[in-house]
Design a protein around this ligand. Structure first.
Ligand SMILES: CCCCCCCCCCCCCCCCCCCC(=O)SCCNC(=O)CCNC(=O)[C@H](O)C(C)(C)COP(=O)(O)OP(=O)(O)OC[C@H]1O[C@@H](n2cnc3c(N)ncnc32)[C@H](O)[C@@H]1OP(=O)(O)O
Ligand SMILES: NC(=O)C1=CN([C@@H]2O[C@H](COP(=O)(O)OP(=O)(O)OC[C@H]3O[C@@H](n4cnc5c(N)ncnc54)[C@H](OP(=O)(O)O)[C@@H]3O)[C@@H](O)[C@H]2O)C=CC1
Length: 515
């Protein structure tokens, strides 16, 4: 039996962000490997017209939880959804619930955050920093608490090139920024944001760095650890490969490429693509929870969950593999044949933007307008290019993260735990992973039927033929115009035709002689 699974048995565990991408995988793994855990408290807010219960019901009835139900049929009873809104100062948890949390919780996994790069600093501060402070305040009053695990990001110090598993001080103390949020109005905050965030690329990485400082400063005597994953991708192995449910990070680009909207991405092909599978991240988080509670390290340990140092891949390779996979597993009804170049060449970018992005979008919108439908392609193109510009910072740089603590933890695990809670990135085969990534997007995000693949392949062939036909026609038209207007073009044309004629005559003569 796995020691980590046994450890979580009988425990009351509080998870924030359980309805998010990583939170769902965290709940799934906990319930599947420790079905005898006491209770999972999850802090949830109502959303999109759904109550807390409806949201939980929907999650538990999704494909992700199918295996859990086999080992833990009473899974619904194990989850206690508690109303909370992390954007409110007291987290909006009612008194009775608060009492129960304070007296029963053994472990806290704090995953909730706003992961938008361009959030208003006030909102990002509230969610990522102030809510973390509030949770620490609660944690300090939890009588049975064994460990508090904060999920940060490997990019919280992306202004540095080499990042160690330490907390780096921020230029302005988090407390000062928190205080200033109370009296500064939104427009002033907007004005001073670039100055405050300094060499951080956005409010997300900035507030995650501040939150780490808050965790360090306000942890009292708690057993605290911080996990820093890099770019989290779909599941690698568990509960099945390729599961994903949002379009963050590279996923949105893969969809836009597969549907034929996106033809070029501004980035450096050789830059390291530090993607880590979500199940690997969750395995590390659970191992960290166990280690922190059982071994009680004297200081706050930080664990990097990255791939670049152990098993690097770059954006260029990912792009090529994604394109190769589209041939095997095409998306349905693409706008054009998928073909993407990741480049920093400004001529190529400008050419692609004009010819491959804006021109088809404008023509298509014109066609939609003519046929009485609402134009939408130029709007979509605008958003895609804006998203690319927001991600550019991460697509043009490579970082080195040290992973001593993560490696130390790997050795601290029993052989059984190393298997059940595997976070060894060296074992990842990128080709298989990317293939499952594309497949997962098709099945779980786009909800396309696999039975439609032969038809999609036919559609691809038609698009390819249209592409060749269009290019040939374009070439002939341009050439015809050139010949009509330029003496030089006529000479070149005459030379090519006479060369071909001579070559053919020579070929025919030599074959007649042989016969
Ligand atoms: C052959 C293809 C090969 C492809 C491979 C190469 C691709 C390389 C991509 C590399 C990306 C690198 C990312 C690195 C990130 C590292 C940072 C650290 C990791 C983390 O800790 S955080 C988790 C990740 N966070 C995010 O990914 C950002 C979240 N999103 C945002 O911040 C905002 O959405 C964004 C991108 C700033 C856009 O904001 P805005 O313009 O206000 O638009 P909306 O949010 O309202 O969305 C509008 C529209 O766009 C869709 N959308 C959102 N995100 C993406 C996306 N990543 N790709 C494509 N489309 C996206 C969104 O759904 C909306 O569509 P609607 O139709 O609903 O209007
Ligand atoms: N995904 C990635 O690539 C990476 C993520 N991380 C970190 O991992 C953690 C989880 O990320 P991920 O799962 O991708 O993020 P998601 O955006 O998928 O999930 C965010 C979670 O936070 C919750 N949340 C947001 N606002 C509130 C609020 N006001 N009140 C209550 N809950 C709220 C969301 O709830 P709701 O469903 O109601 O919106 C959701 O459950 C974050 O801390 C992030 O910084 C770190 C590195 C990379």
């Amino acid at each position: 039996m796995s020691g980590i699974s046994t450890f979580y048995g009988g425990k009351s565990i509080l998870i924030t962000g359980a309805t998010g991408f990583m939170g769902k995988v965290l709940m799934e793994k906990l319930l599947r490997t420790s079905p005898n855990l006491k209770v999972l408290y999850i802090l949830v807010r109502p959303k999109a017209g759904q109550t807390l219960q409806q949201r939980v019901f929907q999650i538990l009835n999704s494909k992700l939880f199918e295996k859990v139900k086999e080992v833990c049929p009473n899974v619904h009873e194990k989850i206690r959804a508690i109303y909370a809104d992390l954007s409110q100062n007291d987290l909006a948890i009612n008194k009775e619930d608060m009492q129960e949390l304070l007296s029963c919780t053994n472990i806290v996994f704090h995953c909730a955050a706003t992961v938008r790069f361009d959030d208003h600093l006030r909102h990002a501060m509230q969610l990522n920093v102030i809510a973390t402070q509030q949770l620490l305040l609660m944690a300090n009053q939890m009588t049975k608490l064994e460990a508090f695990i904060y999920i940060s990001t490997a990019f919280s110090n992306c202004n540095l090139k080499h990042i160690d598993e330490v907390i780096y001080p921020c230029p302005v103390e988090p407390k000062k920024i928190i205080d200033s949020m109370e009296w500064l109005d939104d427009s002033i905050i907007e004005e001073i944001t670039p100055k405050l965030i300094g060499d951080q690329p956005n409010t997300y990485t900035y507030t995650k760095a501040l939150a780490e400082m808050v965790v360090q400063q306000e942890n009292g005597n708690l057993n605290v650890a911080i996990v820093r994953p890099s770019i989290v991708g779909p599941t690698w192995q568990e509960p099945f490969p390729g599961w994903i449910d949002n379009i963050n990070g590279p996923t949105g680009f893969i969809i836009a490429a597969g549907k034929g909207f996106l033809r070029s991405i501004r980035g450096t092909p050789m830059a390291v693509a530090d993607v880590v599978p979500v199940d690997t991240v969750i395995n590390l988080i659970l191992a960290v929870g166990w280690y922190t509670a059982v071994h009680r390290p004297k200081s706050t340990l930080i664990y990097h969950c990255t791939s670049g140092n152990m098993n690097p891949c770059n954006w260029g390779k990912i792009g090529l593999q994604v394109l190769a996979t589209f041939k095997k597993i095409p998306f349905e009804r693409p706008f054009r044949r998928p073909n993407v170049e990741i480049t920093n060449n400004s001529f190529t970018i400008k050419y692609c933007n004009a010819v491959s992005h804006w021109a088809p979008a404008i023509i298509y919108d014109f066609y939609l307008g003519l046929t009485g439908r609402k134009p939408r392609m130029t709007k979509l193109m605008n958003r895609l290019l804006r998203t690319n510009s927001r991600m550019e910072y991460f697509l043009n740089r490579s970082w080195e993260w040290s992973t001593y603590n993560t490696e130390m933890l790997m050795f601290a695990l029993s052989p059984e735990d190393q298997k059940v809670f595997n976070f060894d990135m060296r074992q990842l085969n990128w080709i298989d992973y990317i293939e499952n990534y594309v497949l997962g997007i098709k099945m779980y995000l786009l909800k396309e039927d696999m039975a439609g693949i032969p038809e999609a392949r036919q559609h691809f062939k038609r698009l390819r033929n249209i592409h060749y036909l269009f290019n040939t026609a374009l070439f002939l038209i341009v050439w015809r115009l050139l010949i009509a207007r330029s003496q030089m073009a006529r000479k070149v044309w005459f030379f090519i035709v006479s060369f071909c004629y001579k070559f053919l005559s020579y070929f025919r003569a030599s074959s007649t002689l042989k016969a």
